[in-house]
Design a binder for this molecule. Structure first.
Ligand code: XMP
Length: 329
């Protein structure tokens, strides 16, 4: 068991020694715990020679951009540029239904935005940023044996590193990975010392490709994304209100590209079906579906059909991983 105060002081020393007084550092914030804690730590070490970017790819959850920008700016005082790339991402995803193709396009567009950000900075600063911060964790880097000298003796499950597509090969950025010897719970502890709000540190994981892997089929079809955002928000808020959020690894809604017949008021409807998924897990490698109480599910389903236009049916995903994956695409 490491003392996180010591880990923080050590890391700050290391970063200060590594990054010279003329050097500049960039970091892509995802809105997740790891990149946020990594950036906050680096900011503490080198101040505003850190330059962060947050990309709104049009695939974010309800009010996600406002919520995370508020945390970055107001709570953490991080220097963040928010780029609205909604049109670019959704334009390129139009008509695409194959899950792997969607992921590839998103990775590619992300790299192009990141490249532009680096170029803009080069203009502004008169020199190219030469370091990159990544929120890589210990389980991301080890295979079965820990790196020599790391002090780690655990053998831990491998998790394939599937963040948004990697980064431009020709950028020649040196990596700063201040969390690479830590487990998730240690990162949360470090975040707490760094004043990252507690609610933020407990957020469920969210995939890099965002809602694109939760709208099955063409994400630009009709108002699928808007419907999904509303349904997801009701589901998550209900989970929080019931005090269940912290007992669940991940919960979310999925938009299905089918319609079914319903009756609402005195009218027949032909509307969309949404699925709810909630799982418990240790590390995302395996997962069990979460068994809500009857009343909770009944309330959520009613609320969704009563308040989200275009939805007349709610189903629950009752498969574990394996055989299913956590996400649907
Ligand atoms: P699956 O669906 O493979 O997901 O059972 C396991 C965990 O990984 C998350 N996930 C991703 N995270 N980029 C990410 O950063 C991705 O492309 C991605 N795909 C899945 C998923 O939300 C779950 O927590």
């Amino acid at each position: 068991d490491w003392n996180m105060e010591d880990v923080m002081e050590e890391e700050i020393k290391t970063i200060k020694a590594l990054v010279g007084p003329e050097d500049h550092v960039i970091c892509a914030l995802s809105g997740g715990v790891d990149s946020t804690v990594a950036a906050t730590l680096v900011h503490k070490a080198i101040g505003d020679r850190l330059h962060c970017i947050f990309v709104d790819n049009g695939l974010l959850r309800y009010k996600e951009r406002e919520r995370v920008m508020e945390t970055f700016e107001t709570d953490l005082h991080l220097p963040v540029t928010c780029v609205d790339a909604t049109k670019q991402f959704l334009g390129n995803l139009k008509g695409i239904v194959d899950p792997e193709t969607k992921r590839k396009i998103i990775g590619r567009e992300f790299i192009s935005i990141f490249d532009m950000f680096a170029q803009d900075l080069e203009h502004k600063l008169g020199k190219r940023p030469n370091f990159l911060v990544q929120g890589t964790l210990y389980p991301d880097i080890i295979e079965s044996c820990p790196p020599p000298g790391s002090g780690r003796t655990h053998s831990h499950t491998i998790k394939s590193h599937h963040n948004v597509g990697g980064l431009p090969k020709d950028m020649k950025l040196k990596l700063i990975e201040p969390l690479k010897l830590l487990f998730k719970d240690e990162v949360r502890e470090l975040g707490k010392i760094l004043n990252v709000p507690q609610g933020f540190l407990k957020r469920h994981p969210f995939p890099g490709p965002g809602l694109a892997v939760r709208v099955l089929g063409d994400v630009t079809e009709g108002n699928a994304l808007e419907i999904l955002r509303q349904v997801d928000e009701i589901f998550i808020q209900s989970i929080k209100d019931a005090g269940l959020y912290d007992s669940i690894w991940q919960a979310f809604a999925v938009f299905l590209p089918i319609k079914s017949v319903g009756v609402q008021g005195d009218k027949r409807t032909h509307s969309h079906v949404v699925a709810l998924r909630a799982v418990t897990s240790q590390d995302g490698m395996t997962a069990d579906w979460y068994n809500f109480e009857h009343k909770f599910l009944d309330d959520v389903a009613r609320k969704i059909c009563n308040s989200v236009r275009g939805v007349n049916r709610v189903v629950q995903d009752i498969t574990s991983k394996p055989p299913s994956t956590i996400e649907w695409e």
